[in-house]
Design a protein around this ligand. Structure first.
Ligand SMILES: C[S@@+](CC[C@H](N)C(=O)[O-])C[C@H]1O[C@@H](n2cnc3c(N)ncnc32)[C@H](O)[C@@H]1O
Length: 145
């Protein structure tokens, strides 16, 4: 997947999870897809990965990209909060799970886009929502200095 984000500790994550052909994994924080894609490469042709992100833009972009790839049948993309993991697993009938990764925080794609309000370097609206369907903080704070 095209992304500015380079996943940290990728080798360590792969060493620890040790994904093998036919296994199933959950990535609770898809982001730029670095961890997901590296796991996918190791679990195809029969393994599956359920990849979740609260950011709808990330999920929509990944859906478009994955449809062009050979691994679309192995990748389930879900726009939701990983706090709802139990519900997500049930909804997608995602049976036995061999490992779960959660890479907390924000991705380089989010921080580099000044309109998202995560940037330390560029001016932009104080937004900082992963999920843009949530109410903006601006509606709660009257005076932002
Ligand atoms: C550090 S990035 C993940 C990078 C990813 N591991 C990669 O290889 O590119 C963290 C991601 O978690 C997502 N996120 C943050 N809080 C979340 C939550 N509660 N539920 C689901 N996704 C969340 C963000 O939108 C962001 O895309």
């Amino acid at each position: 997947m095209k992304s500015l984000h380079k996943p940290v500790l990728l080798n360590e994550v792969l060493e620890y999870l040790n994904p093998r052909a036919g296994q199933n994994f959950i990535d609770c924080t898809l982001g730029g897809g670095g961890h997901t894609m590296a796991i996918l490469e190791r679990i195809i042709p029969n393994g599956k990965i359920l990849a979740i992100d609260l950011d709808k833009e990330i999920i929509n972009k990944s859906k478009v990209e994955s449809q062009k790839s050979k691994v679309s049948d192995n990748l389930i993309l879900v726009n939701d909060n990983f706090a709802n993991l139990e519900k997500i697993i049930a909804e997608h009938n995602f049976g036995s799970v061999d490992g779960i990764i959660v890479d907390f925080g924000f991705s380089s794609d989010q921080i580099e886009n000044s309109e998202r309000g995560f940037s330390f370097l560029r001016d932009g609206p104080l937004d900082m929502r992963y999920d843009k369907s949530q109410k903006s903080i601006k509606s709660k704070i009257k005076n932002i200095i």
